[in-house]
Write a protein that binds this ligand. Structure first.
Ligand code: SF4
Length: 371
């Protein structure tokens, strides 16, 4: 439902402070209280904000709104992974995947409803792009899952409010195709009065929107992952249309220039598909591509999506591929596939109920970024 009211959860701390002091005429500390309610406690209504006066809450109800995502469905995998489906205020469906392990609690976050990138092996691509998610909807997934995990595990101690420890932006959508909203979300998620995530614990993955990689490096401080999936242009052109615009050489050049913080590496994701990109020659070419980039490679055995026609590489071949990279001096790991049984694994997020006929009113084009 369109609204003239200000979407408070999408505002940066500075913009929220301006709204509270300039528009509402309140003291700056009220902005801090409000920010904490929204981004630390994950409040979903002004009524919950019991330390704000009733007249202020009434004013907030009149002039502002709290846009939240609402849990619509939850599916639990035998490996502990939980796929949450959320509904936006306009009825769109998005998915977030919670992956607990003994060391960390990670959430895979979506940034768009559907995706425009058209990767041939990916279920999300079949939806097309419906619209960008707002900062409120991006951070709203984190707040909602923090609430769920709190209830699930009855978490106590200092982490009680915010049990999630790590975020990966690898859900539905291409994060750098929604750059401004991503950037605002990253600042909200790292704010000390909000969820307070460390930059070391947030990774953003891109298919390689080359000009946006430069902006991402200059304007944010979190970790970069590249969804590479091929060792030459011929194959990448075929499976990832973005490669027709920016070739692998352009992408590697952007990676070489990326301002890495000390001790960090760029993660290269490589989904292994039988007979497509998993030969010994592919491994050798990949090692050459990465020889002058601080890199680690995550090898992911493809999760088959009905109708897309690609198949998973078998275990022996995956191990041989990893070993070849290892011998060539490239750190490579075969990543466990989480949530395979509930279609929560990499490239499998696609809500069948999303209306594919919805067309965005304006083309979504960050400067120079469209493939
Ligand atoms: S793999 Fe990622 S970028 Fe490619 S279509 Fe799927 S969601 Fe979009």
């Amino acid at each position: 439902m369109p609204s003239e009211r200000v979407d408070l959860a999408s505002l940066s701390y500075e913009a929220l402070t301006e709204f509270v002091t300039q528009t509402l005429g309140e003291k700056p500390f009220r902005a801090k209280q409000l920010f904490r309610w929204i981004h630390q406690r994950g409040a979903s209504s002004f009524e919950e904000m019991t330390d704000l006066s009733k007249p202020l809450r009434a004013q907030l109800n009149e002039r502002a709104e709290l846009v939240v995502v609402t849990k619509d469905l939850e599916q639990r995998s035998i490996d502990g992974t939980i796929k949450y489906r959320f509904k936006t205020h306009d009825g769109k469906l998005i998915e977030s995947v919670y992956m607990p392990s003994p060391e960390r609690r990670t959430l895979c976050v979506s940034t768009q409803v559907g995706c425009a990138m058209g990767c041939r092996f990916c279920a999300t691509a079949t939806l097309g792009l419906m619209r960008n998610l707002t900062p409120a909807e991006i951070v709203g997934q984190v707040h909602a899952v923090n609430r769920e995990v709190r209830a699930l595990e009855k978490t106590t101690g200092p982490q009680a409010l915010r049990p999630l420890t790590n975020l990966v932006f690898m859900g539905m959508g291409e994060p750098l195709h929604n750059f401004e909203n991503l950037k605002t979300s990253l600042a909200l998620l790292q704010h000390e009065d909000g969820p307070n995530f460390s930059s070391r614990h947030i990774t953003v993955s891109t298919v390689g929107l080359v000009p946006m990689i430069e902006r991402f490096g200059a304007e944010t401080n979190v970790k970069l992952a590249i969804s590479l999936n091929a060792s030459n242009d011929e194959v990448r052109d075929r499976i990832m249309p973005v490669n027709k615009k920016w070739k692998i050489a352009d992408l590697m050049e952007a990676c070489r220039k990326f301002p890495l913080k000390q001790g960090r590496r760029i993660t290269f994701e490589y989904v292994l598909m039988a007979g497509v990109n998993d030969t010994d020659d592919d491994a050798a070419r990949l090692a050459v591509l990465l020889r002058d980039v601080p890199a680690k490679v995550n090898l992911i055995q493809y999760n088959e999506n009905p109708g897309l026609g690609y198949h998973s590489t078998v275990n022996d071949r995956a191990e041989r591929f990893r070993h070849a990279l290892d011998l060539a001096g490239v750190a490579a790991f075969i990543r466990a596939n989480r949530g395979r049984d509930i279609a929560a694994a990499c490239g499998q997020l696609a809500n069948s109920e999303n209306d594919r006929t919805f067309v965005p009113l304006k083309p979504l084009k960050p400067a120079n970024a469209d493939p």
